[in-house]
Design a protein. Structure first.
Length: 361
């Protein structure tokens, strides 16, 4: 009990404490984590211009499945456990923190809010694209003849406002099962199917990439801060390797989503730099405040627990709904057995490797 009280008061009794050695390792950590994050997020962004990682290729789908497994394991294995440890810490008062499962509650709230944000974001971009259409194009949508479907243009294009009506119309006319997988649809039906999967999917990728970065970045600040305030080289050394791999895998997942969203080069660069700099910035802030910061204070534990819980809910939702379900329940996956085997293998591999990092961090 006296040791717990001493720790809560800010007096860490770590026998490996060495302030000067810890400071050197923190600079190493900043460089290593920064390079790993930059490499991870750059590979899919640069690779989209190369044949081996084009966003419409099977290799990219498999790589994205690996990244989805990483994100899922990050939410379930890393964030939820860290949040539970913080919110159930002995340094917190028993009431209310030991009387209610706040970790799961905050994760659930974050998942529901992410669903709302996902919906509102998609609606916003749909309206934005609809407003960018010229008035004469919109008039052609309303005055479709007996051959055209609501939302279909003469040029073969499709307005966002007509996407759902168009999909409903063709759902009963498109071939299914064996015919759909083997391309027995007519040329016009294939064009319609491409439009159904094209413009609306691009909007989804924009929203997914932005919400995913929000969830990743909020957690990155916490893990960087935790490393920065530590004065124990025995703690920092394994964290450098673990967090470097952590950032690389998360960066790859985020970079894949940004690549599919087809952002402008400037926007993609800003998002990539924002991700890559967040954890090193957290380490730097933690180093600057390490002399007066007590990670076992109630305020610090509550803030860490709530942020980790919220981040967990965001990432679990994004991994299951927008990454895994979107690809694994698609027609492309169901029609390609080799792609199914490869993608499921990569999904489990990514989740397994990321889970194993919990041994060290």
């Amino acid at each position: 009990e006296s040791m717990t009280n001493s720790t809560c008061a800010g007096h860490d009794s770590d026998l490996c404490r060495d302030d000067s050695a810890a400071l050197v390792l923190k600079f190493v950590a900043i460089a290593s984590i920064l390079l790993a994050g930059m490499a991870g997020i750059a590979i899919p962004l640069v690779g989209r211009h190369r044949r081996f990682l084009r966003t419409d290729g099977n290799l990219f789908v498999a790589a994205k499945a690996f990244a989805a497994g990483v994100i899922l394991a990050t939410g379930f294995v890393h964030m939820l456990s860290d949040a539970s440890e913080a919110l159930q810490h002995p340094c917190l008062p028993p009431f209310p923190w030991s009387k209610f499962p706040f970790t799961g509650f905050f994760a659930m709230v974050a998942a529901l809010l992410t669903l709302l944000l996902d919906f509102l974001g998609t609606q916003y971009y749909e309206r934005k694209q609809g407003l960018n259409r010229s008035s004469d194009e919109q008039a052609r949508v309303g005055s479709s003849d007996s051959v055209k479907v609501f939302g279909e243009e003469e040029s073969g294009g499709m307005h966002i406002v007509g996407m759902h009506a168009h999909a409903a119309h063709h759902r009963h006319n498109h071939p299914h099962g064996h015919d759909a997988c083997h391309g027995n649809a007519t040329v016009k039906e294939q064009v319609h199917s491409h439009m159904d999967d094209g413009e609306e999917t691009d909007l989804r990728h924009v929203v997914v990439s932005q919400v995913l970065e929000l969830g990743i970045v909020s957690h990155s600040v916490i893990i960087g801060l935790s490393l920065g305030v530590s004065q124990s080289p025995c703690t920092i050394r394994p964290l450098i390797a673990a967090l470097s791999f952590h950032q690389f895998f998360e960066g790859f997942a985020l970079g894949g989503c940004i690549s599919q969203a087809q952002f402008k080069a400037s926007s993609a660069t800003i998002m990539a730099c924002f991700f890559a700099l967040t954890t090193p910035l957290g380490v730097a802030i933690g180093t600057a405040i390490s002399s007066g910061y007590n990670p076992y204070s109630p305020a610090a534990l509550i803030a860490e627990g709530i942020l980790d819980s919220l981040s967990s809910g965001i990432l679990v939702y994004m991994a299951l709904v927008d990454l895994i379900a979107a690809d694994f329940l698609s027609k492309r996956m169901s029609c390609n057995f080799r792609l199914q085997i490869l993608s499921y293998s990569m999904l489990f591999l990514g989740a397994g490797l990321m889970s194993s990092l919990a041994i060290w961090a």
